[in-house]
Design a protein around this ligand. Structure first.
Ligand SMILES: NC(=O)c1ccc[n+]([C@@H]2O[C@H](COP(=O)([O-])OP(=O)(O)OC[C@H]3O[C@@H](n4cnc5c(N)ncnc54)[C@H](OP(=O)(O)O)[C@@H]3O)[C@@H](O)[C@H]2O)c1
Length: 335
């Protein structure tokens, strides 16, 4: 595991479940100072405790599984000496060669202006810093499952407000926190090692639905299409301030939000496997769409999306802005 977020303050909306929670865990494992949030206080509290346990299990080497995962990412590797790895972990933490992440949490409804401002201020005071390095805007509402032509006006308003409008507003409001006045831009003297640059950044969660607005979630998909344009426009403007902005488009990923789509993918794949020996003869568009899990014919795990977000927000992506990363197991979503 890398340590790309050591001493970096990372604020995430919609992060007590699914993709947001997995991303928070990833930032923490990489040393980040992380603020999680969502609408429900008990959820926030519960998940802060869960993440603190994950940190203890990993960095105090209290869980064999956690130590294996941290060092080799392969829980079943046979020739891995857990005892030695645990001792090494403790020693490296003691010598500050590995920085364990820290986590706090606060209620924030992404569509509530006061909640948004309080979340940003809370991040600064919690970690006694004057700036936020990473902002992950991850909240979405999907309030209509059915034919687009029967989409109620109330649903349009709700989804537009949560998915699009609050994302734009939060990105605007975060500017003085991402790039405080008098803050020296770090990206000035490392031409030889550009990978050492860390520019503050925003990650926006769109969806493969942005490219394929499918019938049961047509407006939700269209709202995600708009986020691709929002990402590009924000990135161009924010580039004047040294802030990067990117988005990710997850394919169907195993989370509460996508329960029905996950079921659909599994059903379609079961039907297809009955006819398995003819699989390669199927029409191309039937083998690379949202409904059968793309080229890889499976749904995603939230940690796979988290890994993509953690790449885009890190120094490894120092020359990437205004782009969108599809994390969807391959598919004919776009060229
Ligand atoms: N799962 C997929 O297949 C998939 C695919 C493409 C894109 N996405 C996108 O990924 C993002 C995360 O979705 P997920 O699948 O991880 O969902 P999830 O597992 O259902 O988690 C949703 C999280 O968002 C919080 N939340 C919901 N509405 C909120 C709001 N208005 N303000 C703040 N927090 C809010 C929830 O907590 P509270 O209830 O406590 O607020 C929860 O922590 C969304 O933008 C979604 O559109 C998901």
């Amino acid at each position: 595991m890398l340590q790309r977020y050591a001493h970096r303050t990372c604020v995430l909306t919609a992060s007590t479940q699914g993709i947001g929670l997995a991303t928070a865990a990833r930032f923490l494992l990489e040393g980040g100072q992380v603020v999680i949030s969502s609408r429900k206080k008990d959820q926030v509290q519960e998940k802060v405790e869960e993440l603190e346990t994950l940190m203890r299990n990993t960095f105090e080497a209290k869980s064999e599984t956690a130590v294996r995962a941290f060092f080799c990412g392969n829980q079943n590797q046979n020739n891995f000496n857990v005892g030695e790895a645990s001792d090494m972990m403790k020693e490296m933490v003691k010598k500050k060669l590995i920085i364990p992440g820290k986590v706090v949490g606060k209620v924030c409804h992404q569509a509530n202006a006061n909640d948004r401002l309080e979340l940003l201020k809370f991040a600064l005071s919690s970690f006694q810093t004057n700036k936020i390095d990473v902002l992950v805007l991850n909240a979405a509402a999907s309030t209509h499952y059915g034919e687009f032509i029967h989409l109620p006006e109330k649903s349009i308003d709700k989804m537009f407000e949560t998915n699009v409008k609050s994302t734009i507003l939060f990105a605007q409001e975060a500017k003085p926190f991402l790039m405080p006045e008098n803050e020296k831009n770090e990206n000035n003297n490392t031409l030889l090692f550009p990978e050492y640059n860390f520019s503050p950044c925003i990650s926006i969660t769109s969806s493969v639905g942005a490219y394929v607005p499918c019938s049961p979630v047509g407006f939700y998909s269209a709202s995600k299409t708009m986020l691709l344009g929002v990402t590009k426009a924000l990135a161009e403007n924010y580039s004047h301030y040294g802030v990067r902005v990117n988005s990710v488009c997850p394919g169907v990923t195993r989370t509460r939000l996508a329960e029905k789509l996950v079921e659909q993918v599994q059903q379609n794949n079961n039907n297809n496997s009955e006819n398995n020996n003819k699989k390669h003869e199927k029409l191309a568009n039937a083998a690379g769409g949202l409904n059968d899990g793309g080229f890889m014919h499976r749904v995603g795990d939230p940690r796979e999306v988290a890994a993509g977000i953690a790449f885009l927000c890190s120094r490894d992506a120092s020359f990437i802005t205004g782009e969108n990363l599809v994390i969807g197991g391959g598919g004919f979503y776009h060229l």
